[in-house]
Design a protein around this ligand. Structure first.
Ligand code: EPU
Length: 342
């Protein structure tokens, strides 16, 4: 076994999941140098290990068997035509640290995605998105290992099949191990200010033509004001996806419920605000033992201390049942649930 692969038997995962749920892995294999990945994979006898990045989008309802982590965090400039710059980072790089690094090179494109917890390797899996930008819009290619064909492959953005909090990697979780991601960024980019709260935050600072760094600062402030810090109180960000429903259903909901937020996505489809639906059912700030809903944001489930995954899952199910009863809308969880099915 090379020094690039580290094996831990009976690894504690409590500090490796942002919910802070007590869980363990029978065996945890960490790959420090991506070139040693196939050596690490040989240990699993063809079975797919649970891939764990920053642990910020997972709910442990039971212990895990084999867990694979990648701590290779190298990043590099790949090409530069004066404006368009392609940058690359290995899967283990911390996402926010990587965003700050691109901003330090005066590259625009990822500023709206500042302060999202997790790793670069996890970013394309659920196509992280915030404040008007989804990461898939910036991805040139994803390097991955295909456990089905046992080959290293490179998927261009189209092959990644990005959708709202969705990708080919999420659809086939036991097939792909993301090893590195390449992004196209720009020195001279128009900032994306579609999200109203972002425009307002910049206006409040008196910034008329913001640079990417200004946008990132505003995003960081908005996130800090709305979302609980996982370092302070365990959570995995939004616990539910915003439901996408047929336009006719959305129109009926608008007629029946004053003030319900509705966003156009594709023709014929509308996105609803899961936070609003949950809030109207009275869940914001609710607490049962140590499992609860954040007082500041109805979409975020929190672990006040020693909640178990099963308690959080039970609470999530009750929340979804109440939304279904009142609004006839199904909620779908955003994090990966280990040890149970939704
Ligand atoms: N709202 C409420 N009650 C609340 C919070 C929000 O009624 O407690 C309503 C408000 O009307 C608000 C609307 O919900 O205007 C939307 O809220 P927000 O702008 O906070 O966005 P979100 O739809 O709840 C999504 C993403 C977040 C992302 C923000 C900003 C999903 C599931 N969540 O949240 O992503 O940061 O937009 O773009 O799409 C994550 O995925 O973990 C995440 C935090």
């Amino acid at each position: 076994m090379s020094a690039a692969v580290r094996v831990l038997q009976g690894a504690d995962l409590t500090s490796r999941n942002s919910f802070g749920i007590r869980a363990a892995a029978r065996r945890l294999v960490d790959v420090h140098d991506i070139d040693a990945l196939s050596e690490a994979l040989a240990m699993f006898d063809g079975a797919a290990p649970l891939m764990l990045g920053g642990g910020s989008n997972v709910l442990f309802v039971g212990d895990a068997d084999d867990v694979l982590t990648i701590s290779d965090a190298r990043r590099a400039l790949v090409s530069d035509d004066g404006d368009r710059v392609v940058v690359r980072a290995a899967a283990g790089a911390d996402w926010h640290g990587f965003v700050l690094w691109t901003l330090a090179q005066t590259l625009g494109g990822l500023e709206n995605l500042a302060l999202i917890p997790g790793t670069v390797g996890a970013a394309p899996i659920q196509n992280i998105g915030a404040y008007g930008v989804e990461v898939g819009e910036r991805v040139v290619a994803v390097d991955a290992y295909d456990l089905q064909t046992r080959t290293a492959v490179r998927l261009d953005a189209a092959a990644c099949r990005f959708g709202y909090r969705d990708s080919v990697f999420k659809q086939q979780p036991d097939r792909w191990i993301v090893t590195a991601v390449e992004f196209a960024l720009h020195r001279f980019a128009e900032p994306r200010l579609d999200y109203a709260g972002l425009r307002d935050a910049l206006a409040a600072r008196g910034i008329a033509s913001p640079r990417p760094l200004d946008v990132a600062d505003a995003v960081i402030d908005i996130r800090r004001s709305k979302l609980p810090d996982p370092a302070v109180i365990g959570n995995a960000g939004s616990f539910f996806k915003n439901p996408v429903v047929p336009a006719a259903q959305a129109a009926a909901l608008v007629a029946a419920h004053a003030g319900i937020p509705v966003f156009a996505v594709d023709p014929g489809l509308r996105k609803l605000s899961a936070a609003w639906l949950i809030d109207r059912c009275g869940w914001k700030g609710h607490r049962e033992g140590d499992a609860g809903v954040a007082p500041g944001h109805a979409l975020v489930l929190v672990n006040h201390g020693r909640a178990e995954g099963a308690e959080l899952l039970a609470l999530a199910r009750r929340i979804a049942a109440s939304v279904r009863l009142r609004f006839g809308v199904d909620l779908e969880p955003e994090p990966r649930i280990v040890g149970a099915t939704w």
